[in-house]
Design a protein around this ligand. Sequence first.
Ligand code: SF4
Length: 257
Amino acid sequence: MNEKLMNLSLDKKINKSKEIILEAIERFGEEKTAVAWTSGKDSTALLNLVREAFNSQVPIPVIFVDTGKHFDEVYKFKDSLGKIWNLNIINVKNTAVFNATDKGVVRTSKLSQEMREELRQIGWNKEEFRIALDREPCCHLMKTVAMKKAMIDNSLDALMVGIRWDEQKTRSNETYYSPRTNPKHTRVHPILHFRWKDVWEYLKLNNVPHNPLYDEGFTSIGCFTCTSPNPEGKVERAGRAQDKEQTMRRLRALGYF
Ligand code: SF4
């Protein structure tokens, strides 16, 4: 975390973000770079910064990971803004897990060798796991492994992600360019220095649409099974059930974004 950068004026923060976006696309190329979008405020702000840097266009693919457990508002917002902004959205889903799920339970024997190996890597040796209730195997296969497959299938070398230093303790040591393995690529984090309030100020000042769930008391949006409204709103990700520090640390080490 760099306090100096976090204390810049909003204009300077925006310029810094655009510099990183332009530099990353120059470095990795439009064909090899994508941006992750969840429909949440941070990744929507990041998308708009990309648009501002490229004459209202997003010249790179936008990856949306579908866990099958998103709120209806997430799918609707993604589809409607996707049309308005003419986004090239790649919807990715771990269909192997969906196919192996029965009444919310995934039998590991029904998964491919590759998926079982992914579970083994996170130390999950049980014969089954429950969607949403067993968070590490569920988040790992539904989010991280789905994204990993999208990176490989689309031959990507870089992925822009809208994470911020002040969002979560495990993210406070992130850097603008973060090399990753399996698959080998670079995570690019252009809004790391934005504070929570900066994101909202930026969206409002630029009339950028936001997911309507924020108007219903949510402060951070994840799957409907694992996210609650956060009416007190003091701690940004307090409504996110998977945000236990240890779980986040383990998931992050495996590529959670
Ligand atoms: S947030 Fe919940 S439902 Fe969504 S992938 Fe993670 S554990 Fe599964």
